[in-house]
Design a protein around this ligand. Structure first.
Ligand code: ADP
Ligand code: ZN
Ligand code: MG
Length: 492
């Protein structure tokens, strides 16, 4: 592999060009078993244990299509606004690789499951549609593990557990015009597929992978430039870095009088560069032909209807509903629909508390701080939604001040106890007895004659000082608004 650093273009040069990007996204469907056999798809099993004659590609073994995989693929297609073909064809894509024992991948070629879709992205406040060319189904290959040099030899291991894992490939139109747009498109895909329950989209486990096709052209030019394909983009961050690098590399090449060659490149995380891997194979190199062991996939109107009806609510619809029925601001609705887990959690807090707007502040504002410090996702929150809902409900009913609640939440987080249990244990409650509050206020006024004089002399800003003293004397149990009212009356 080359390790020389190619010269990159200056920002001025790059500004004269427009990048053109099309993404090929592979996504693992959330099934329990593989696409053409009944082996489990579970992650992390001992190597070569989740295998059978079908996924090992032994001669004579016959594939049987997994109905659930098809239904998830249809849901993905619908979520991506595609038209689902009534009849699609599986095809063999022939190539050799040590982790592909069949010698071919079962994919779809000229008649894919679905076509003509789109996804909307928002970049710098502007909405834009990215075309989805096609969504097709295919099986995954196994995994090669390269162990480097040992005992004067080079060793590679092959784990075939992943062989036959159900995938969809989502191919975009060359509509993407920069790394940020690509980032937004991937984010949107991930969100939509998670909400639809199609895939966990867990990139660390390889459930979402992306290859990027990149070319550049002078701004205003009509014709696309020659593209290079960048593989191995296994995180959003790497994808963005790789795209920016590749754009700068291509511009420098052209500005230097050279030409971009059509090839497959790999993102090298250590070098922070894309490195040429092989000249790009064309479709005819794969010798595609219809898979003789599988009948065409026919999807009846009735089946399509059932799958459509079973489709979970997608993020855009959920955002709109949050704004409409809970009165949330757009921004909060956006934050609370970032993942299906956070929206489900929020809705349960909203319902238990009876105050959806206040619930939004706690789910989007207070809880994430605690989770972040603890390295936890909302799914793993030690405070279940119902308990946070109870806490928010107590604030809504005036039984707790926001300030007290902020002290109680970390204790709930640490102990798993409910707000009520903690309040009883620590003798905390909002002070609803104004008689008691008046007495405390009287003593605060008596103890601070200098500030009283200042206030009466017109320096009304000292009110904050008095409220602070009252909150301190009541250990935060007073309602600041009530205290301010009483103070104003007594100081007048
Ligand atoms: P190939 O035959 O090389 O696989 P395709 O036409 O099937 O090329 O396109 C593969 C991907 O490359 C698609 O996502 C498409 O949008 C994208 N693409 C096609 N042409 C270009 C180009 N000139 N620049 C960037 N991306 C492109
Ligand atoms: Zn199997
Ligand atoms: Mg192609």
């Amino acid at each position: 592999m080359a390790t020389t650093t190619a010269p990159l273009a200056t920002p001025e040069m790059i500004a004269r060009y427009e990048p053109v990007i099309g993404l090929e996204v592979h996504c693992q469907l959330q099934t329990n078993t593989k696409i053409f056999c009944r082996c489990p798809t579970s992650f992390g099993a001992a190597p070569n244990t989740n295998v059978c004659p079908v996924c090992l590609g032994l001669p004579g073994a016959l594939p049987v299509l997994n109905q659930h995989a098809v239904e998830l693929a249809i849901q993905a297609a619908l979520a991506l606004n595609c038209q689902v073909r009534r009849k699609s064809i599986f095809a063999r894509k022939n190539y050799f690789y040590p982790d592909l024992p069949k010698g071919y991948q079962i994919s779809q070629y000229d008649r894919p499951l679905a076509e003509h879709g789109w996804l909307e992205v928002t970049v710098e406040g502007v909405k834009k549609r990215i075309g989805v060319t096609r969504v097709h189904m295919e099986d995954d290959a196994g995994k090669s593990i390269h162990d480097g040099f040992k005992d004067s030899g080079v060793y590679s291991y092959v784990d075939l557990n992943r062989c036959g894992t159900p995938l969809i490939e989502i191919v975009s139109e060359p509509d993407i015009r920069g790394s940020e747009e690509a980032y937004q498109y991937m984010t949107e895909i991930k969100q939509v597929l998670q909400f639809a329950g199609v895939s966990t989209c867990d990139m660390e486990k390889g459930h979402l992978r992306c290859d990027a096709n990149v070319s550049v052209r002078l701004k205003g030019a009509e014709k696309f430039g020659t593209k290079a394909e960048v593989k191995n983009l296994n995180s959003f961050r790497f994808m963005k870095q790789a795209l920016d690098y590749e754009i700068a590399r291509q511009v420098a090449l052209i500005e230097g009088g050279g030409r971009v060659t059509q090839e497959t490149r790999l993102w090298n995380t250590e070098l922070g560069e894309t490195v040429g891997m092989r000249s790009k194979e064309a479709a005819h190199d794969y010798r595609y032909f219809p898979e003789p062991d599988l009948v065409p996939l026919e999807i009846s109107e009735a089946w399509l209807g059932r799958v459509k009806a079973a489709m979970p609510e997608l993020p855009a619809a959920r955002r709109a509903r949050f704004v409409e029925s809970y009165g949330l601001r757009d921004y909060d609705a956006q934050v609370l629909t970032l993942s299906r887990a956070i929206s489900d959690y929020y809705e349960r807090v909203a319902q238990t508390s009876g105050d959806p707007k206040l619930a939004a502040n706690w789910v989007a504002g207070e809880l994430p701080g605690l989770l972040k410090a603890d390295g936890k996702e909302i799914e793993e929150s030690p405070v279940p939604a119902e308990k946070l809902g109870e806490l928010v409900g107590l604030i809504a009913k005036g039984e707790l001040t926001g300030k007290l609640a902020k002290e109680i939440l970390p204790k709930m987080y640490a102990t798993g106890d409910s707000a009520k249990t903690i309040m009883e244990r620590e003798g905390l409650k909002a002070m609803s007895d104004t008689g008691e509050l008046e007495k405390i206020i009287d003593s605060v006024i008596a103890a601070n004659p200098k500030q009283v004089e200042q206030y009466r002399g017109g320096k009304t800003a000292v009110m904050a000082f008095f409220v602070g003293q009252v909150m301190k004397a009541t250990r935060g149990q007073a309602n600041p608004a009530t205290a301010t009212g009483i103070l104003a009356r007594k100081l007048a």
